[in-house]
Design a protein around this ligand. Structure first.
Ligand code: FO1
Length: 309
């Protein structure tokens, strides 16, 4: 069994490649819930949904989030009534949030709901939110402390970022399903997907039980760098990293994961800046063939790093 840590788009794409090349049931994906929020009375879980939709092959490839062929009539109607429509919830995507919110109110856990949604969407891999406890990413900026989606979507990351806070992470614990996955005797390796190390993987690592498990791992752990040629592939990561005064180099990524990884996969365009134990490959995932190839290479790298028994 392989455990992958993932945030949104980039992480979901590699998780999809892994799901396609590993036998059914041999992959567990731990997903960031720091981006979760309550909006319009609904519980929105953007990264778990991105992983669900991507593994179910229902995701919109261009946007990376939401469903393919989605319409936004409800948001248009909401806007006409003067309602809040800055966060674009698609008409079909709304069903996911409505049903999740109903089940949470009825007492189900986020883990149980996500597992059931995955099964109903025909996914045979385990998709586990990083915790059933609320962890919320707060972005401290020159415009004050902002909830993540307020900063990211509503304000298009315009305020200058000062620091990140993962509220609730200190006391959050991995769910029983996640604890069982982390303790699996047949665990072969751990892959930190090419999601933003600070915004998307940071909240997962801020949970003490997950961080200490990674630090004490008995199997190889690798990270796939989200950088290509010193730039972030998607999103405003470059601006965010610059404001946090973190350089966009393999070295900065390796130092961020220090003590938690045994190797870093970097893109050919960053080969000259390699730092520590690295594997160099083409990391851009344009299509499903790219996802599968990168997944195979990540699995082969794990095998190379495994100490000879
Ligand atoms: N990202 C946006 O940039 N704009 C949106 O309107 C938006 C809506 C949205 C709706 C459902 C969902 O699951 C995700 C959505 N996202 C949107 C993505 C979301 O902000 C993610 O948290 C980030 O992309 C980071 O992974």
């Amino acid at each position: 069994m392989i455990i992958a840590l993932a945030g949104g788009v980039g992480g979901a794409r590699l998780a999809h490649g892994l799901a396609r090349v590993l036998p059914p049931g041999e992959l567990t994906v731990i997903v960031n819930t720091g981006d979760d929020f309550e909006h319009l009375g609904l519980h929105i879980s953007p990264d778990p949904d991105t992983v669900l939709y991507t593994l179910a092959e229902l995701a919109d490839a261009e946007r990376g989030w939401g469903l393919r062929g989605e319409t936004f009539h409800a948001m248009e109607a909401l806007g006409r009534l003067g309602g809040e429509n800055w966060f674009a919830l698609g008409d079909r995507d709304l069903a996911t949030h409505i049903e999740r919110t109903r089940r949470l109110a009825a007492g189900d856990t986020l883990s149980a709901i996500t597992a059931d949604f995955a099964a109903r969407l025909g996914i045979s891999q385990a998709i586990l939110p990083m915790s059933d406890d609320a962890v919320r990413t707060i972005v401290h900026t020159d415009a004050g402390a902002l909830p993540f989606q307020d900063y990211f979507v509503r304000r298009h990351c315009a305020p200058r970022l000062i620091s990140l806070e993962f509220a609730g992470a200190e006391t959050a614990t991995p769910s029983p399903a996640l604890r069982a996955a982390m303790a699996r005797a047949d665990l072969r390796g751990i892959i930190i997907c090419p999601s933003n190390p600070f915004l998307s993987i940071g909240p997962i690592l801020a949970i003490p039980g997950i961080r200490s498990w990674l630090a004490g791992r008995r199997v190889p752990c690798i990270a796939v760098s989200p950088l290509i040629g010193g730039k972030a592939v998607k999103g405003p990561a470059a601006k965010i990293l610059a404001e946090l005064q973190i350089e966009t180099t393999p070295r900065a990524i390796a130092l961020h994961y220090q003590g938690l990884i045994d190797g870093l996969m970097i893109d050919e365009a960053d080969a000259a800046d390699r730092f520590g134990e690295c594997a160099v490959t083409a990391t851009l995932m344009r299509d499903i063939a790219d996802r599968e190839r990168l997944a195979r290479e990540a699995l082969a790298y794990i095998e190379r790093l495994r100490p000879a028994a």
